[in-house]
Write a protein that binds this ligand. Structure first.
Ligand SMILES: Cc1ncc(C[n+]2csc(CCOP(=O)(O)OP(=O)(O)O)c2C)c(N)n1
Ligand SMILES: [Mg+2]
Length: 558
């Protein structure tokens, strides 16, 4: 069979259900093959959109998201999306085409050096060899980074022998690949979620346990040195999710809620513990909660799990002093079962029996003044709400609490973050590390496909500024074509936050041109009923909400 067919076979074997793509000369061989396979081939309208969709898909499924583009301009168009995925540790496999091998590095049409796409690490297929695919896929999933797989045209066409015959078994389902009504893909049990990454790798599990034991030993030593530990704190980052499927990510909450040591999180890990719980002190860092940040400053030891400790989490000013008290739990090798998580917290709980100077046990005083942790102090650093933020609050108050919200970059991102309590993992999906405008809409598409493929019953909402919305609004066509139930919101303040004003087109007319139902809202009181209308229906909806520009509140930590 052709290499292109064998590659599709491989992706099927890895349980890839959806690929976000755009065709072109150098990738057409694979693109056609994809169209003949049961993998859904979602035609995007710009390759940047494909990369963001694969990113959104990966974040919500915690599995590999795949995008596909042609060489040259197709590959360069992917770049911002790949950079965004890289900054937020998202497993995106970016497959691109290339001219035939004999033209590589010559001045051939659309031939361009691919180093730029290898933001983390890239692979050029220089031989029609299937063996390497396994490593590439594993690398993408386990390293939590985008990986570039670049394949010359002649290799896609070359003949190879592949013993895996699942492809023919799947062929009977070719019809599923004809688009329009996505829901029909969702039926056969055959395609139910099997998280191919999580295959009960016992060696990996032993490595993790060894690493955890080692880390706990270091913490014990440190505790002996400190003596009387009054305020321990646990800091959780998204690394804790390892390669757990989403349904297990949600269950971490049950393990954490019993803990009597307070917990703070980074932004991408928000919702790993329900932020309404007593032992959750919410987000820390620049836009963190007052109580979380105060506790961070006062704590004598911070046990950190899966946090990369970016400057968003530990801004300059406090960074050095906090780093001194951080004791990481090494989860290198990736968590791949809830047992690993249980093991970590059992070990942390065991620290309680450690007598430190015969005075205090860890945990005992950890939630000092529990009753004083008043909800307002805990969450709300916004004393007064202006027109913009009160409309955001009204939106949030009317959405299902467990809806997945993608935001773009701008003031709305900060308002959503400050006013939303996260109760489940990935409650808010933002471009944390890159702050990419144009992220919100395509990412919501990837999230939606992830929810459909893995039978996750979640509403998907995308909240955008009027600037960022225009950066990828061509993907409204992808939403309409696949009849994706996504609530799109544009906060129209005619302003690019502090950077100046922007003259806007008529967004409602644009929406109509794309065939998407829409509404223009001026009054905050009209928001609720329109969200209810959206929830009742089974189609995309665009709400353009007029609002006045509003200054952001001062960060709780500078
Ligand atoms: C691709 C990209 N270009 C520029 C910026 C810089 N930038 C950050 S926020 C912002 C303005 C966003 O305005 P809008 O989308 O209207 O959101 P609002 O602040 O009004 O909520 C700009 C220009 C960016 N983050 N990303
Ligand atoms: Mg704006």
């Amino acid at each position: 069979m052709k290499f292109a067919e064998a590659l599709i076979n491989f992706l099927l074997k890895k349980n890839i259900k959806t690929i976000f793509s755009y065709p072109g000369e150098q990738i057409i061989e694979l693109y056609r093959e994809l169209n003949n396979s049961p993998i859904k081939n979602i035609l995007v309208r710009h390759e940047q959109g494909a990369a963001h969709m694969a990113d959104g898909y990966s974040r919500i499924t915690n599995y590999v998201g795949v995008c596909l583009a042609t060489g040259g301009p197709g590959a360069t168009n992917l770049i911002t999306g790949i950079g965004t995925a890289y900054k937020d540790s998202s497993s995106v496999l970016a497959i691109t085409g290339r001219c035939e091998r004999k033209y590589i590095n010559k001045n051939y049409f659309q031939e361009i050096k691919m180093d730029f796409l290898n933001i983390y690490k890239g692979y050029l297929m220089d031989k029609p060899n299937l063996d390497n695919l396994e490593n590439i896929f594993h690398d993408c999933l386990y390293s939590k980074k985008p990986i570039s797989l670049n394949i010359p045209q002649d290799i896609l066409k070359s003949k190879i022998i592949d013993s895996f015959n699942k492809y023919s078994e799947y062929k009977e389902y070719n019809d599923y690949n004809k688009y329009n009504n996505y829901n029909k893909y969702n039926n056969p049990n055959k395609y139910r979620h099997k998280h191919a990454g999580n295959n009960g790798d016992s060696k990996n599990s032993e490595t993790i346990k060894d690493n955890i034991r080692e880390s706990i030993k270091k913490i014990k030593d440190k505790l002996y040195n400190i003596g009387n530990v009054k305020k321990p704190l646990i800091l959780i980052g998204q690394g804790i999710y390892g390669i757990l499927p989403y349904r297990d990510m949600v269950k971490i909450n049950n393990i954490l809620k019993e803990l009597d040591i307070p917990i703070v999180t980074t932004f991408p890990a928000r919702g790993v513990i329900n932020e309404n719980y007593k032992n959750s002190l919410g987000l820390i860092g620049r836009r963190g909660t007052i109580i979380g940040n105060n506790y961070l400053l006062e704590s004598d030891i911070v046990i950190s799990i899966g946090a990369s400790l970016s400057y968003n989490t530990l801004p300059d000013g406090i960074r050095e002093s906090i780093l001194k008290k951080i004791m990481p739990i090494n989860i290198e090798g990736k968590i791949n079962s809830l047992e690993d998580i249980k093991y970590i917290f059992e070990e942390i709980n065991n620290l309680k029996v450690l007598n430190i100077n015969n005075k205090s046990n860890i945990g005992e005083n950890s939630l000092n003044n529990k009753s004083n942790i008043n909800d307002n102090v805990k969450n709300n650093i916004m004393q007064k709400l202006g027109d913009y933020s009160s409309k955001i609050k009204e939106i949030l108050d009317n959405l299902p609490e467990d809806g997945i919200i993608t935001t773009d970059a701008g003031n709305h991102t900060v308002f959503v973050s400050l006013l939303k309590k996260c109760i489940i993992p990935r409650n808010i999906i933002s471009s944390h590390g890159m702050g990419t405008m144009g992220f919100g809409i395509p990412t919501s598409i990837g999230v939606k496909f992830g929810c459909l493929d893995y039978n996750m019953d979640r509403e998907v909402i995308s909240i955008n500024g009027d600037g960022g919305f225009q950066m990828n609004l061509q993907e409204l066509a992808t939403i309409e074509e696949n009849n994706l139930k996504i609530l799109m919101i544009v906060m129209k303040n005619n302003s690019l936050n502090v950077f100046g004003s922007i003259k806007n087109p008529n967004f409602n007319k644009i929406s109509e041109a794309y065939g998407i139902d829409n509404v223009y809202i001026e009054d905050v009181y009209d928001i609720g009923q329109n969200i209810k209308y959206y929830l009742r229906n089974n189609k995309p909806y665009l709400m353009v909400i007029e609002c006045k520009n509003e200054k952001l509140p001062k960060p709780s930590m500078i």
